[in-house]
Design a protein around this ligand. Sequence first.
Ligand code: PLP
Length: 286
Amino acid sequence: MSRTVYVNGAFVPEDEAKVSIFDRGFLFADGVYEVTSVLDGKLVDFAGHMKRLERSLTELDMPSPASTEELLQIHRELVTRNGLGEGLIYLQITRGAPADRDFVFPDPEETAPTLVLFTQTKGIVDSPGAATGITVITIDDLRWGRRDIKTVQLLYPSMGKMMAKAAGAGDAWMVEDGEVTEGTSNNAYIVTGGKIVTRHLGNEILHGITRAAVLRFAREAQMEVDERPFTVEEAKAADEAFVTSASAFVTPVVAIDGVSLGDGTPGPVARRLREIYVDEMKKAAV
Ligand code: PLP
């Protein structure tokens, strides 16, 4: 069945949706995005995603095409029109399509931003990765220096996923100066010395919305959290590891570069945090 998508003010069938070839998202990756998960037809942590969207736009001096309230209505309308029970909503905003290709940003008074949203059906709660855990490889982090902005420049993360696939692994963790930054599309954690360790916020990683919620729930459950960098060696010797993202919630990592963690099955901290996250987020979804 054809999806209904949203493009610049209109809900249209996906095969009728159009964006200009001069769109700066296409020509320069001059755009930002957000991914919000949907559980039981409701939006998970919508406020968090909209707050980060605002920050991404501000950091890039990009105008917003709609208010948070308008974006909420568009998200809800897409859920309804597509009968989405569980899955994801992708939102992309670009700096629009000026008359000519030019590196210089167009005047926002003359060029309106492009706003696109679409749904993707996905079983997130009962995903195979949650039950068995995933394996990861480590690769150099070759991305640009503002990874805190959620831009649509996803070529290197795509290459990382391909490197993982070629190695028979589920994902790749990126490494800079010997320390893990994050996964290709998620934040990375280890559990060692009784503490949950994950890299501190900065320009080197995306400030995960799932990360913020999971760390809050961990602290509320009296688990110790240490926000600091960790090395690949420390990760391989850890008791357990996991990743977080809106599209995978909390997913256990059971091996790094072929080295099994613990007994090679999902660890208790990751399993507990996943349970708490799903329960709490279902309750708070809008
Ligand atoms: N880090 C990167 C590089 C990502 O692409 C993502 C999600 O797409 C995350 C972390 C997790 O962010 P969130 O929890 O907001 O989905």
